[in-house]
Ligand binder design. Structure first.
Ligand SMILES: [Zn+2]
Length: 444
């Protein structure tokens, strides 16, 4: 009976003027299950290489039934299905921020935990890594868990920002990898150099005669021992390393712990601002995930020594060296300015930047050479960031069986003038199949 009724529904929508024809139908679309919500008549950027773009998406419960043409998606609708006409708008996966502090530094925004979650959803972030977690913070998040909807992965603090080594308190909190769990312990965080406290550890001065060589907090033996101990206990390790001396030390420590084995625990290096050219191949050699910044703050730019013009934010060079390396994006908010992934995307794609006052700043030529193609930058902010959090089986792309974490945008980042990307607005956010944010003026 359903089969008879549903083409009728699609036919009525066709008469209403919807464009429901599309060249390529989506794969794996179920024929027997009915959707709770269908978004149709738009563009769906899937981040799924087998089916990069559809017109519509059908949701059942917390998960995606299928992505395909409007006709396919509407065929999964019945009388109780909520139909949302996108009117040509774009859907993409919810943003995954591999490393942020919006929850643990919510006071800086004047927010409580529910308020911080609202701020994340308003900006399209549906999954994140929280990279500063004391035992007290873990207890706060566990108390908030019944209301938590952002997929949150915790990295427990082994060393503080000035390098103070803590005991192995995290052994009371084993790492978990259960698909679909909203709150999860992923691993531990080690801080190798300055940045938050003191200066990044570099091989040569950024500005000769003035900036110094920064602070490396640990000896190689100390950091080797910390990474090895955590690796043996099954924890993913995230090492803060901004300057090249710290990056080299972090790479060495991960290589030491792996001892020739593949990096199955997905140990990562955070920030990676100043990567000396000789360090670039070593991420691939050991399978280490680089977690990189989008926004650089070039508006208050200061000059570099020629040595660092070739080594500061060399992210296009890194990606071109090994396109299969799962480079992940992080916002590191609130330390890096506004919580706005589209300002970050704009920055990665153009290297032009929007300042905190809204002015556009143009990059110096060495930085302008490091623009990242928009499709690649989107992958850094979705699928690759999800991989860095062990969530790539759950989220980061839109395809049958994954959780329905998605956002509706005012414009398509793949087709808009790149210089306008920063103005893209998140109009609706869905997490686990639930609409958790809707811009009132969007008409959605
Ligand atoms: Zn951070």
């Amino acid at each position: 009976m359903k089969v008879m009724r549903l083409p009728g529904l699609a036919f009525i929508l066709l008469l209403q003027g919807c464009n429901i024809s599309a060249p390529a139908p989506g794969p794996d679309f179920p024929t027997s299950e009915m959707a709770d919500i269908v978004f149709y008549n738009g563009t769906v950027i899937t981040m799924n290489e087998d089916y990069p773009e559809g017109q519509a998406i059908a949701i059942k419960g917390k998960k995606i039934l299928g992505v395909g043409t409007s006709l396919q998606a509407l065929a999964t609708a019945n009388r109780t299905t909520q139909l949302i006409d996108l009117k040509g708008k774009t859907i993409m996966p919810g943003i995954v921020d591999a490393h942020t502090h919006v929850f643990n530094d919510r006071d800086r925004f004047g927010l409580d935990l529910p308020g911080a979650q609202e701020l994340l959803f308003k900006n399209g972030i549906t999954s994140l890594g929280n990279l500063f977690c004391t035992e007290e913070f873990v207890a706060e998040m566990r108390a908030f868990e019944p209301l938590l909807k952002v997929k949150t992965s915790l990295f427990l603090t082994k060393t503080f920002p000035c390098g103070e080594i803590q005991d192995s308190w995290y052994h009371g909190y084993p790492a978990t990898r259960t698909p679909g769990e909203v709150l999860r312990i992923n691993g531990i965080k080690i801080t190798a150099d300055g940045g938050t406290c003191g200066g990044m550890a570099v091989s040569e001065e950024f500005i000769p005669g003035t900036t110094g060589l920064g602070d490396l907090w640990h000896t190689q033996d100390e950091i080797n021992a910390m990474v090895l101990e955590a690796d043996k206990a099954g924890y993913q390790v995230a090492i803060h390393a901004i300057g090249d001396r710290a990056i080299e030390q972090a790479q060495n420590a991960i290589a030491y712990a792996l001892d020739g084995r593949p990096n199955v625990l997905r140990h990562r290096i955070e920030h990676n601002s100043a990567i000396r050219p000789d360090l670039i191949p070593r991420y691939s050699e050991f399978g280490i995930i680089p977690v990189i910044f989008g926004w650089k703050k070039i508006c208050d730019f200061y000059p570099r020594s020629p040595f660092y013009e070739a080594a500061d934010f060399p992210y296009r060079t890194l990606i071109d060296y090994d396109p299969d390396l799962p480079v992940a994006w992080h916002g590191d908010d609130p330390y890096r300015g506004p919580v706005n992934p589209f300002i970050e995307l704009h920055s990665m794609v153009t290297r032009t930047e929007v300042s905190e006052t809204g002015a556009l700043c143009t990059p110096p030529s060495w930085l302008a050479a490091q623009t990242i193609p928009v499709q690649t930058a989107l992958k850094l902010m979705t699928l690759n960031a999800a991989y860095s959090l062990f969530r790539d089986d759950e989220t980061g792309s839109l395809q049958t069986g994954k959780y329905a974490d998605l956002i509706v945008l005012s414009a398509n980042p793949l087709t808009i003038d790149p210089q306008d990307i920063h103005g893209i607005e998140v109009q609706l956010t869905m997490a686990n199949g639930e609409i958790v944010y809707r811009l009132p003026a969007s008409g959605l």
